[in-house]
Write a protein that binds this ligand. Structure first.
Ligand SMILES: NC(=O)c1ccc[n+]([C@@H]2O[C@H](COP(=O)([O-])OP(=O)(O)OC[C@H]3O[C@@H](n4cnc5c(N)ncnc54)[C@H](OP(=O)(O)O)[C@@H]3O)[C@@H](O)[C@H]2O)c1
Length: 244
């Protein structure tokens, strides 16, 4: 069936970047599927956005259920073109906090892998599509206060490169977009204003994310000036990074 409007599913749509992306997509005429654990937020979004918004409550760490709900949602929407894997958490921890590290890995790594593969199978069977992973500038280096988070984002970016190579060996036309935001205003950065810089308002960052998605880019730094930081990080020797 031919559809004129595009359709997109966004995980972690209940707040921050995901919610803003849902709003901007609705404004542009997309049909939007949102997921997250906070079903009350999803219901509120349904009221706000109306007929073109669909949702499923989803905890990405309940792997089988999450994969099933993703595909159910895509079917309810009569097919989707783009799946944005945005759900993620950060934990700032003391040196021994292995449990909080594990939680970050469960959501950002294991949850991501499960849904990335469900999305890949879905798009391979349709012959085309786009998977967008919300990584982070944090993927570029380790950081002692959030080592699991930074490592999880390095995993996401590296995994997406592997996916990109994998889809080249299929007949399907699938784009894999690795989005690396710097700091963006959201619950994740709230209260850390003194420690961070170049913090972009969520609407500005999200507009750039959506533009990168629509241009079917492989890589995007958000906001664009963070590309400079990426170059600097690549040039700085490890003995300096080890002292951060
Ligand atoms: N803000 C930044 O500066 C920044 C920078 C770089 C990258 N990012 C990335 O951007 C993404 C969105 O973050 P944000 O800044 O918008 O923060 P946020 O407002 O805290 O949003 C996080 C989203 O992830 C969802 N989520 C968390 N745990 C989940 C789970 N177990 N199952 C399903 N959904 C889950 C949350 O929904 P529920 O709580 O309803 O489940 C929420 O919708 C994250 O991947 C983050 O790492 C953010």
């Amino acid at each position: 069936m031919d559809r004129l409007e595009k359709s997109i599913i966004i995980t972690g749509a209940t707040s921050g970047i995901g919610r803003e992306l849902a709003a901007q997509c609705i404004e542009k005429g997309y049909r939007v599927g949102g997921t997250g654990r906070r079903v009350e937020n999803l219901r509120e979004m349904k009221e706000q956005f109306g007929d073109r918004f669909y949702y499923r409550q989803m905890d990405v760490t309940r792997f089988d259920e999450a994969r099933n709900r993703l595909i159910e949602l895509a079917e309810e929407m009569d097919g989707v073109d783009i799946i944005v894997l945005n759900a993620g958490i950060i934990r700032f921890q003391s040196a021994t906090a292995v449990e909080s590290d594990q939680k970050v890995i469960d959501v950002n790594v294991s949850g991501f892998v499960q849904l990335a593969n469900a999305a890949l199978d879905y798009f391979v069977s349709r012959g085309r599509g786009q998977i967008v992973g919300i990584s982070s500038i944090a993927a570029l280096l380790g950081y002692g206060k959030s080592s699991a988070y930074n490592a999880s984002k390095a995993f996401i970016s590296n995994y997406m490169q592997g996916l990109r190579q994998k889809v080249r060996r299929t007949d399907a036309d699938i784009t894999i977009t690795d989005v690396k935001p710097g700091f963006v205003e959201s619950a994740m950065t709230a209260g850390r204003e003194k420690d961070i810089f170049w913090v972009a308002p969520a609407d500005v960052a999200t507009r750039q994310i959506l533009r990168s998605i629509e241009k079917r880019k492989n890589y995007a730094y958000i906001t664009r000036r963070w590309r400079l930081i990426a170059w600097v990080v690549y040039l700085v020797p490890n003995w300096i990074l080890d002292r951060l």
